[in-house]
Design a protein around this ligand. Structure first.
Ligand code: SF4
Length: 235
């Protein structure tokens, strides 16, 4: 039932990787520098969001250790959920208290590299990895101003240092997946990657979603699984 959609996601991810590499090649030939590389993982402390079919691909590829880490991560997320007032506080709590992505391994590499979602692939840094792990609220206003003035505004998702074009393209691909999911099942689902993986591993959500919008919403509600960071557009 899901195979066609998850296979299509895999093909689009491979195509996206080639598009990103072509973009990086053009940028570096023109004198630009990209700082992403193996063993660089500061962006993996950010909250990662994706569509449910992307999370479903991840959920099928986990080792038992990774599955256990997802369970712990989801429990921490739910424990702190009552402290979340808005997106800003969610991002702060996520980074400072919930911890890095559970798929980050001991060597600082992504343990699901081949299956990582569009949002991870799209995040390309035009600054050293120090900036990817920094809490900008700790900077003085002069430091913030110097940073912002140093950015290549033609390229970045201003006022951040990540490439705008790859992020925009990643969002287009996510939208296409969401639309296809809606066409097939009457709803789409987007949200925190580890939490979506948890919903599949522990609650087999992929077997509920084909039953339709009302049944899926009622299942999530009755099992206290809804939270503000699952995005399920109204029909
Ligand atoms: S899925 Fe991989 S690349 Fe994405 S945040 Fe997690 S460890 Fe990092």
């Amino acid at each position: 039932m899901w195979q066609h959609l998850t296979d299509a996601v895999g093909e689009q991810q491979a195509l996206f990787d080639r598009e990103i590499q072509a973009w990086i090649d053009r940028y570096t030939r023109g004198g630009g520098t990209i700082f992403c590389g193996k063993g660089c993982f500061n962006c993996c402390t950010l909250a990662v969001n994706c569509t449910f079919p992307e999370a479903l691909r991840v959920s099928l590829s986990l080792s038992s250790l990774q599955a256990e880490r997802v369970r712990d991560h989801a429990a921490r997320l739910m424990d702190r959920m009552h402290e979340v007032a808005d997106l800003k506080s969610y991002l702060r709590i996520h980074r400072q208290e919930i911890g890095s992505c559970p798929f980050l391994d001991e060597g600082g590499s992504c343990g699901i590299y081949g299956e990582r979602p569009f949002s991870c692939r799209a995040l390309i840094s035009t600054r050293e990895n120090y900036w990817c792990g920094l809490d900008f609220s700790t900077l003085s206003s002069e430091e913030k101003r110097d940073f912002v003035e140093s950015l290549d505004r033609e390229v970045v998702s201003f006022p951040l240092h990540y490439v705008a074009e790859t992020q925009d393209r990643g969002q287009v691909l996510e939208k296409g997946v969401a639309e296809e999911m809606t066409r097939r099942f009457g709803l789409s689902l987007y949200g925190d990657l580890p939490y979506l993986v948890h919903l599949e591993r522990e609650h087999r959500l992929s077997s509920i979603i084909p039953l339709g919008y009302e049944i899926t919403m009622s299942f999530l509600d009755q099992n206290s699984l809804l939270n503000p960071f699952l995005v399920i557009p109204d029909r």
